[in-house]
Design a protein around this ligand. Structure first.
Ligand code: ADP
Ligand code: ZN
Length: 225
């Protein structure tokens, strides 16, 4: 049980396009944690044409949540892999209260807990602009922006040389639905985690480095304090 004390499990909350994925990668690198992103796991299943992928696609294309049982089972499965030993940054999960309760239960079973929840706050109009210019690496899922964070070579990932593409759900109509889904189902988690004493809020505007610094300070303050 004692070794569990040193593990760090962080949840990143924020609207689609708030920078969760990019910042999760950076936090993982700095803190030696593993990035678990449910959106990436669904897209991986989609690429591999698994049953789960086919099921998830119909929801993702509409911008609505994949059913909780399916999502929770997938996360449970992911947490069985040995690479999560040192702790996890959760990105895109939990997305509603049922998932939040399931996450607490899963971690408790492993003698662990959520140690900090960082809410990355970004204004609505900025979100829409960010999502409409977003590019993702097919190979390593690194995220870029046509204007704000372009790759060094057009269409090519700086990190791994993979091909960049625009996500099918980053079109204006689906973006609108995703934002509604977020406001209705996920945003209430801010208050939920605030009540649990786990929440810290950081401003998501500014350069990637500035936001990373804020996140590190927030996690530090929460875990130490
Ligand atoms: P974003 O945060 O930019 O909207 P994600 O990659 O996290 O993108 O998610 C894309 C889609 O995958 C969501 O719109 C939803 O359909 C599905 N999804 C991801 N995570 C979850 C989750 N925890 N519960 C249900 N559906 C999810
Ligand atoms: Zn890449």
């Amino acid at each position: 049980m004692n070794s569990a004390v040193h593990k760090l499990n962080i949840v990143l909350l924020g609207a689609p396009g708030s920078g969760k994925g990019t910042q999760a990668d950076r936090l993982c690198e700095k803190l030696g944690l593993t990035h678990v992103a449910t959106g990436d796991l669904f897209r991986e299943n989609l690429r591999n044409e698994t049953e789960l992928g086919k099921l998830a696609k119909s929801y993702m294309d509409k911008g609505i949540l994949v059913p909780d049982e399916v999502t929770i089972a997938m996360v449970k499965d992911r947490l069985m892999r040995p690479d999560i030993e040192g702790g996890v940054v959760f990105d895109g999960f939990p997305r509603n209260q049922t998932q939040a309760e399931a996450l607490s239960a899963m971690l408790a079973e492993m003698g662990q807990q959520v140690n900090a929840v960082v809410y990355i706050r970004v204004a609505d109009d900025e979100i829409v602009e960010r999502l409409s210019g977003r590019l993702i690496c097919r190979r390593c899922q690194a995220s870029y922006h046509k204007k704000f964070n372009p790759p060094k070579v057009e269409g090519v990932c700086d990190v791994c040389g993979g091909e960049l593409y625009q996500r099918a759900d980053d079109n204006p109509e689906t973006v609108r639905t995703r934002l509604e889904t977020y406001k209705e189902q996920t945003a209430p988690l801010v208050e939920y985690y605030q009540k649990a004493g786990l929440l810290v809020e950081v401003a998501g505007e500014g350069t990637l480095d500035e936001v990373t610094e804020r996140l590190l300070a927030a996690v530090d303050g929460k875990v130490a304090g």
